[in-house]
Write a protein that binds this ligand. Sequence first.
Ligand SMILES: *[C@@H]1O[C@H](CO)[C@@H](O)[C@H](O)[C@H]1NC(C)=O
Ligand SMILES: *[C@@H]1O[C@H](CO)[C@@H](O)[C@H](O)[C@H]1NC(C)=O
Ligand SMILES: *[C@@H]1O[C@H](CO)[C@@H](O)[C@H](O)[C@H]1NC(C)=O
Ligand SMILES: *[C@@H]1O[C@H](CO)[C@@H](O)[C@H](O)[C@H]1NC(C)=O
Ligand SMILES: *[C@@H]1O[C@H](CO)[C@@H](O)[C@H](O)[C@H]1NC(C)=O
Ligand SMILES: *[C@@H]1O[C@H](CO)[C@@H](O)[C@H](O)[C@H]1NC(C)=O
Ligand SMILES: *[C@@H]1O[C@H](CO)[C@@H](O)[C@H](O)[C@H]1NC(C)=O
Ligand SMILES: *[C@@H]1O[C@H](CO)[C@@H](O)[C@H](O)[C@H]1NC(C)=O
Ligand SMILES: *[C@@H]1O[C@H](CO)[C@@H](O)[C@H](O)[C@H]1NC(C)=O
Ligand SMILES: *[C@@H]1O[C@H](CO)[C@@H](O)[C@H](O)[C@H]1NC(C)=O
Ligand SMILES: *[C@@H]1O[C@H](CO)[C@@H](O)[C@H](O)[C@H]1NC(C)=O
Length: 350
Amino acid sequence: MACSRKCLSLELLSFWCLISYVQARPNAEAMALLRWKDTLNQSSLQSWTLELSNGNLTSHGHSHCKWFGVSCNKDGSIESINLQGELFGGNLSNLDLSSFPSLVSLNLSDNNLRGDIPPQLGLLSKLAYLNLSMNYLSGFLPVSLANLTQISLLYMGNNLISGELDQRLFSNWTKLQYLELQNNNFTGMIPPEIGHLQNLKELALACNRFHGVIPHEIGNIKRLKALALHLNYLSGPVPPSFGNLSELTILFLQQNELSGPFPHSLLSCEKLNDLRLFENQLSSTVPKGLANLSLYEVHLSVNNFSGPLPEFCSSDHLTPLNEFFLFTTAWKMHTRIMQSRDYHNAEREA
Ligand SMILES: *[C@@H]1O[C@H](CO)[C@@H](O)[C@H](O)[C@H]1NC(C)=O
Ligand SMILES: *[C@@H]1O[C@H](CO)[C@@H](O)[C@H](O)[C@H]1NC(C)=O
Ligand SMILES: *[C@@H]1O[C@H](CO)[C@@H](O)[C@H](O)[C@H]1NC(C)=O
Ligand SMILES: *[C@@H]1O[C@H](CO)[C@@H](O)[C@H](O)[C@H]1NC(C)=O
Ligand SMILES: *[C@@H]1O[C@H](CO)[C@@H](O)[C@H](O)[C@H]1NC(C)=O
Ligand SMILES: *[C@@H]1O[C@H](CO)[C@@H](O)[C@H](O)[C@H]1NC(C)=O
Ligand SMILES: *[C@@H]1O[C@H](CO)[C@@H](O)[C@H](O)[C@H]1NC(C)=O
Ligand SMILES: *[C@@H]1O[C@H](CO)[C@@H](O)[C@H](O)[C@H]1NC(C)=O
Ligand SMILES: *[C@@H]1O[C@H](CO)[C@@H](O)[C@H](O)[C@H]1NC(C)=O
Ligand SMILES: *[C@@H]1O[C@H](CO)[C@@H](O)[C@H](O)[C@H]1NC(C)=O
Ligand SMILES: *[C@@H]1O[C@H](CO)[C@@H](O)[C@H](O)[C@H]1NC(C)=O
């Protein structure tokens, strides 16, 4: 009897603890956002205010859930913060990330955020979508991000992030589908462990300072549709394992230091439709079978290829317009990439 009473009161206690936790949480979340707002250089967050009640700030009826860019789950806990393109200045270290246990989506892309990527991001255990692209974030990619076990999309492109990619990052990202780190200042080799990302559909590491060989383990990422490694200092051969990428439609390897023969295994990538290999040191002949793929863009210029070109022009896949592209867009593509880079740099200098 005594025992069951004890159990009952313990249950009651934890019930009340749960209730007060649920009630306290939204205010803590709202307060964390307000404290961050105070450090930001912005004009778009006027809706971010709390009411004064008996001398205390409170979020009545979860009013913070209606704040600009904020949305909550049914318990009034913040699920998503979306402030894309508001062009506010500030940094992330002033945002107390430990206050958002329910956060699923954080989109602060296209702003003027500066400073380091806080290791506390790794505390957001439910986070599935993280878009911090197009800011001025610098420093390293913290290895604590390995704790984001639910992450499905991670965009950090167009920042000033440097350092090497830690292999430990790739051990827990089993749900990751989209990884974009292009246009940063990453160095070192691409870790072979990147091949653990078995659900990846899109991998963009272009426009960095990666060197060394392309890990053949990338060929294990069976679902990969788009791979962009261009504008780095990658050397060695195109891994034959790429022939196993049966979903691959886009392969950008241009403007590296790749050598060796044309990767014949690519003929197995039946869905490939945009292949860019220009400005490398690839040699030997280009296989005739390339003309049998449904390619609509091929850029092979400025390599050391020899022998006849495949008869693209007689293939059914290339319309006259694409035929034109075949011989001219290597240059166009090049200038487009340079322009986008210059554009970002120009913005930075402005
Ligand atoms: C804040 O924004 C204004 C206008 O966008 C800008 O002129 C100013 O330099 C910014 N200040 C800081 C500290 O970023
Ligand atoms: C206001 O805050 C104080 C201190 O945190 C607390 O003791 C008090 O109960 C609060 N009042 C109300 C009405 O919530
Ligand atoms: C970022 O914001 C845009 C525009 O509001 C939205 O379409 C997109 O889904 C958001 N992305 C993420 C990852 O939240
Ligand atoms: C991420 O942010 C960039 C820049 O604002 C935007 O172009 C892109 O669509 C966003 N992606 C997603 C998935 O939200
Ligand atoms: C973040 O901003 C605060 C001022 O708002 C500043 O004191 C701090 O140095 C900044 N931190 C970083 C890493 O830039
Ligand atoms: C991941 O989280 C655990 C526990 O929360 C922590 O001990 C560990 O250091 C974290 N991992 C990294 C790489 O930060
Ligand atoms: C992977 O996630 C688990 C569980 O969250 C954590 O304990 C572990 O530290 C993570 N691994 C790394 C390398 O951070
Ligand atoms: C990139 O890193 C190099 C050193 O690795 C440094 O000299 C350079 O200033 C960095 N560039 C930017 C834009 O951060
Ligand atoms: C392609 O995958 C198969 C089976 O997973 C494997 O046996 C083979 O070695 C791979 N081919 C290459 C070139 O890596
Ligand atoms: C290309 O396809 C045609 C018709 O399907 C076939 O006859 C030819 O052998 C193929 N060429 C190569 C090099 O695979
Ligand atoms: C280009 O290929 C020829 C043979 O076709 C070879 O003799 C030469 O060394 C190659 N040059 C480079 C830079 O690879």
